[in-house]
Design a protein. Sequence first.
Length: 189
Amino acid sequence: MNAAGIRDYVTSEEFLVHPAAAGASELVRGEIRVLTPAGGAHGVIAGNIFAALHAFVEARRLGRCFADNTGFLLPGLGDTVRSPDAAFVRAGRLPPQGIGPGWVPVAPDLAVEVLSPTETEAELEDKLRDYRAAGTTLIWVVDPATREVSVQSAASPERWRSEVDTLDGGDVLPGFAIPVARLFEGLAK
């Protein structure tokens, strides 16, 4: 609320040029949420995931991968721009003319979230609920502390993968597989 007690509402178009959008932030139903910058471990994990996804997707021309801090305007959620730590969108769902300026106008097919020590469980659940409501069919939640990945899919119940397991792309990225341990390469134990 502003000083006059009136709720400030920001549209997704206004958010594009808002100073908060220059840093780590999201727009949730017209409310700007400033995020704490990620630490080094978070960046390493997000980078490892993006690199593996990008190599697989580009070699097969399956669509586009998006790096951390890319804003997705989630359809049906009214002025909600979420920014996963890595994401994939199938080629057939991308604008035929290519990605233009502004937010990516579709929900990701795969959204990856790397847990942050400052993010509450309620904040994470709110974000995951938004992805699912907008049509995201596969979500990976990576926990750096336990070195595990929660795999959440519209087609099956939640599954957990540890460092001794392999993470796969399911129906979203058939054939994609990576040892979970590789997500944590470059991190101190």
